[in-house]
Write a protein that binds this ligand. Sequence first.
Ligand SMILES: Cc1cc2nc3c(=O)[nH]c(=O)nc-3n(C[C@H](O)[C@H](O)[C@H](O)COP(=O)(O)O)c2cc1C
Length: 372
Amino acid sequence: MATTRRGTLLGFLLMGGVLSRLRAQLKPNSELQQAQSLFDFEELAHKRVSPAAWARVQGGSADELTLRWNHEAYEHIRLRPRALVDVSKIDTRVKLFGLDLPFPILLAPTGFQSLVYPDGDAASARGAGAAQALYVIGSSASMRVDDVAKAATGPVWFQLYVQRDRGFTKDLVQRAENAGCRAICVTVDSPTFGARNREYATQGDVPPRPLPNLQSRDYLDPTLSWKDIDWLRSFAKTPVLLKGILNPDDAEIAVKAGVSGIMVSNHGARNLDTVPATIDALPHVAEKVAGRVPLIVDGGIRRGTDVLKALALGASAVGIGRPYLYGLGVGGADGVTRVVEILRKELEMAMMLTGRTTIASIDRSVLWPKEW
Ligand SMILES: Cc1cc2nc3c(=O)[nH]c(=O)nc-3n(C[C@H](O)[C@H](O)[C@H](O)COP(=O)(O)O)c2cc1C
């Protein structure tokens, strides 16, 4: 009798173990379905990823003022809707450097994704593809650019850190282009990184990870200057964009130097604290560039209305960084897809509710004039 009871108890325990494992496996899916917004994903990701991964994903530099401003600035922009417009058909398509994109949201490059999810870079690329979004592979990816490009199911670009060894850099660009990357985004805001206090406080907990696209861990080159952009353009077969321009004067030089596009970015507020939110810098850059090259803005975009506001202020497309990492942490590739789908859906809602049926019809008249 006692043996039978012990057997039953053991059975229950085993069964409980199986059930809880099953529940754990099912959890990401139900969480994916329940998450309504990118902020929901942020909350879920915080619970799921390790403290070190969270500090790396979430942290900014120094006092994280710019980090706060990046999103907060969108909250201060009010919309001016039109009523009684037939919005039964919404067209969010854009053309960017010869690519037809179904909607103007791309995934900005982020490094060390293996910290967030195993083979994170490949999962992100697959998740982006499933959502039909363009994915920018980072130089500091945890996988070789060729392997990420191979895993991708949609268009990809490559983000380049120009490394001290220009021969190595040239090979890397050519490898990326041969692997199918359709543009090179050179990061120009990082002669050094910022005081990433939050991230560095947890660095000791992180085992060293491979960085197969970088020649060494000391990969930033503080000598980088405009002549290197000319050098890069001399052999790149794909459009060269500069990522990390905030100052309109730099935008002017960039256009004159012949770059194909500009990414208005403050590196997700991870480098120089107290620079303005990118959405505050964007109109100044747009005024200077005056449509000569496309502008892409990233930093703090969390809502479809943020995307709409960025387009109204002169962006041709927007990038998101942290939000898809939240998706990755919560549900791998599926999580990334879901994040993009939510933002895309919100953009469509924002367009319908403001009476804009095409991306081209989104201009400054969709913004309420500032009067407070
Ligand atoms: C964890 C993390 C790693 C990043 N790594 C890079 C990088 O290696 N190169 C780069 O140009 N930008 C990098 N960025 C910046 C993003 O490309 C993008 O500019 C920024 O995340 C956009 O802001 P958001 O996170 O508020 O959307 C990184 C951002 C994060 C959050």
